[in-house]
Design a protein around this ligand. Structure first.
Ligand code: ZN
Length: 221
């Protein structure tokens, strides 16, 4: 009876938190968060943090700082991807990593219903909120330029689908290079977005709503 009463109270609290517009309440045991700044692990990983600029699908900056973080095992795996790509003449160019939950909520609210396969439902949270998803592309080590992927980051069209057959041979080859290198290190591509990859252990990490400025700096490796 007592346990039942306690669980009723817990459910009531969870509903209140949801009603107040906060992140979903999750039951479960998670690893402690350990967000690591990617460029601290390897400064040759390049960043183009579009959400810190107005050059994104909501047309305004949603991050105060152009930085990218992942939970430590995912960040270390990403560094391995970056380093194995060197022999093929490529490096990683990161658009986004850990994303505070409030930003996911803002994206959902700004997206028309028929385009919502391209954004995460805030009632479930995004794997970006867990520090276990990364949006990225390749850059050419020789020219420093972003490679042609046959479509743009955050483009809400069929060209973003992994199975999209267009874009030319070169662009499709670039998509394959990125995907193969990522999969070898435990990342899985999201079928609707060639640039989005989830890290295999994402279920072990909690949804966070911590702004970048509150994340402890990572010592340079
Ligand atoms: Zn993403």
């Amino acid at each position: 009876m007592k346990a039942l009463a306690a669980s009723v109270v817990l459910v009531a609290i969870a509903s209140l938190v949801r009603a107040a517009g906060g992140p979903p309440v999750e039951n479960g045991i998670f690893r402690p968060a350990d967000l690591v700044e990617l460029t601290s692990l390897d400064p040759t990983i390049r960043l183009d943090i579009r959400y810190a600029t107005a050059d994104n699908f909501v047309h305004r900056p949603v991050y105060a700082e152009a930085r990218a973080f992942l939970e430590r095992p995912a960040a270390e795996a990403l560094v391995r991807v970056h380093r194995t790509l060197r022999k093929d003449g490529y490096g990683l160019l990161v658009f986004d990593g850990y994303r505070p939950w409030a930003v996911t909520k803002a994206f959902w609210d700004a997206t028309p219903e028929k385009k919502r396969i391209f954004v995460a439902d805030p009632s479930k949270g995004s794997k970006h909120n867990r520090g276990c998803a990364v949006d990225l592309t390749l850059y050419d080590l020789a020219t420093g330029r972003e490679v042609d992927m046959g479509g743009a980051y955050d483009e809400m069209s069929k060209r973003s689908y992994v199975t999209w057959p267009g874009g030319g041979e070169k662009a499709r080859a670039h998509r394959d290079v990125l995907r193969n290198a990522m999969e070898l290190q435990g990342f899985f591509v999201y079928p609707w977005e060639w640039w989005h990859f989830d890290y295999k252990d994402w279920t072990e990490y909690p949804i966070l709503d911590v702004p970048f400025r509150e994340i402890a700096p990572t010592p340079l490796q």
